[in-house]
Design a protein around this ligand. Structure first.
Ligand code: G6P
Length: 490
């Protein structure tokens, strides 16, 4: 970990650390978010970094307008953090965020292009792509304007894949890092994208000095795409540098971009303090009332196609079918919180999750026992309560950059929990030894893993849970952030 010292640091991400809602009275109310970047930047100390993000909804737009061009949000709303929110025209933002980032790039990296979600690259796509370019250019312009000489700029995720290249054209003096929070598609699937688009995405990220990923698997896939699509020279992963595994490099058109791997861990200090506050105690009591002394299988997700919630429910149904001894003795506590509801595929998926949960309750429910307790309204305190009571955590994404739920549950679970984990989640690289790994497509296999998890002897479960918690907290958010900065030469 480095001393961030006097380095000027900028962070760029689509979603910023605060969001706004306009009340009926026209008054704006701010809501601060959490997560790795928020605690990472705070490690630099107050006022040390600037965060550039997009206005996501009407409230944000209003706040951005009130701040004026180039203006900062009110520091009282952001906890002192300097935040510049970009008021990108609503149609451009919608086409870039919903139309490209979440419908195309997210789908490619999460292998979601399967019937009925097939890619369509037509004239409407071309228009959306132009919006994505404009949205990325707006970020590059703002960053070029904000950054002092030689500043470090940490660009986040698939929304901003073109920013490193565009920013380098504008400001070759900056040190630029890009971090992908998603998996990276293997070349065969990445090449589903129109050639021009595939090249632009790769060249955009290669504009960075360093492109970093959550696991070596995703870094290798990125390098493979660069070799395949661009004919770039890829050097293999080398020895581990201090604090960060050196995942190799990609050389193309006279420039070299180093690759990096930083496996974001759970924030143990924050979680252990937050999870034992009175609001969580209250929700825990309510859940216990509902569940009684039965075992619990817990899952907490954004309702997102890659999270594979429906197959998880079907695996629970299969458990009840194949292993009748669990009927009446286990409750599946499933929290599926709204996400990206502007997109029809997400809305449909949300409806399917509710329908399947209801079917299971209809089929198996009995007097005093509801097999699936599904909540679809976001409530962080209730999620923490579920973590505390979990006997088993089910995390079965089709593919996931990391999956922090898998890392968080063992940290706060009260009795130690068994983890049923998709082998396709980035977290499996670090937690694979003590989790029960499953193929996320295999419903019967997942049901068997649930049975094993529920049947695990208490000592074994406690031992595994403790080791899971240790592995899960190896690189907490601040260290994760500072390591990236150090590796960039900050
Ligand atoms: C993933 C992405 C993040 C994104 C988050 C929530 O974790 O990697 O960049 O912020 O999902 O999605 P949303 O579309 O609500 O920002």
């Amino acid at each position: 970990m480095s001393d961030a010292g006097s380095t000027e640091v900028l962070v760029a991400s689509n979603r910023g650390p605060v969001s706004y809602a306009v009340g009926a009275d026209g008054v704006l109310s701010a809501r601060r978010g959490g997560g790795g970047l928020v605690s990472g930047l705070s490690a630099l100390g107050e006022g040390a970094g600037t965060w550039v993000c997009a206005a996501l909804g009407e409230g944000d737009r209003e706040a951005a307008r009130r701040a004026g061009p180039g203006g900062r949000l009110d520091a009282a709303d952001t906890g002192g953090q300097a935040v510049r929110m970009l008021d990108i025209p609503a149609a451009t933002f919608d086409a870039a965020y919903n139309g490209i980032a979440n419908s195309v790039l997210w789908f490619v990296h999460h292998l979601l292009y399967q019937t009925p979600f097939e890619p369509v690259f037509d004239a409407a796509f071309e228009e959306r792509w132009a919006a994505y370019e404009a949205y990325n250019a707006a970020f590059a312009d703002a960053l070029a304007e904000e950054a002092g000489p030689g500043a470090a700029v940490l660009v986040q995720d698939y929304h901003l894949a073109l920013v490193p290249g565009l920013l380098r054209e504008r400001r070759p003096d900056l040190r630029i890092g890009h971090f992908s929070h998603t998996p990276w598609a293997p070349p065969e699937l990445f090449r589903v994208l129109p050639d021009r688009v595939a090249r632009q995405v790769l060249l955009g990220i290669l504009g960075a000095d360093r492109a970093a990923f959550l696991t070596e698997r995703w870094a290798r896939a990125f390098a493979a795409c660069c070799a395949d699509v661009l004919g770039a020279d890829v050097s293999p992963a080398g020895a581990s540098a201090a604090g960060a595994s050196a995942a190799g490099a990609v050389a193309h058109a006279g420039r070299t971009t180093r690759l990096g791997v930083h496996g974001l861990g759970a924030d143990a200090d924050f979680l252990r303090e937050r999870a034992f506050r009175p609001d969580v105690d209250e929700r825990l009591a309510a859940l216990r009332e509902q569940v009684g002394d039965r075992r619990t299988v817990v899952r907490v997700d954004r309702t997102e196609l890659s999270k594979n919630i429906v197959r998880g429910l079907l695996a629970f149904r299969r458990l009840l079918t194949d292993r009748p001894q669990w009927r009446g003795r286990v409750v599946h506590v499933a929290f599926a919180y709204p996400s990206r509801q502007d997109l029809a595929v997400y809305r449909d998926y949300t409806a399917e999750v509710s329908r399947v949960a209801a079917e299971i309750n209809e089929e198996f429910g009995a007097e005093g026992w509801t097999p699936v307790v599904l909540h679809v309204k976001d409530d962080f305190a209730r999620s923490l309560a579920a973590y505390r009571m979990a006997d088993v955590a089910l995390v079965n994404p089709i593919r996931d950059g990391m999956n922090l739920v898998a890392k968080e549950v063992p940290v706060v679970s009260e009795r130690g929990c068994a983890l049923v984990l998709s082998r396709e989640a980035g977290a499996a690289a670090e937690l694979g030894e003590d989790a029960l790994l499953v193929n996320p497509y295999d419903i019967a296999g997942t049901a068997e893993a649930l049975h094993r998890a529920l049947s695990m002897a208490p000592e074994e479960r406690a031992g595994r849970s403790k080791r899971l918690a240790e592995a899960a907290t190896a690189l907490p958010p601040r260290a994760w952030f500072l390591d990236q900065l150090a590796a960039l030469g900050g």
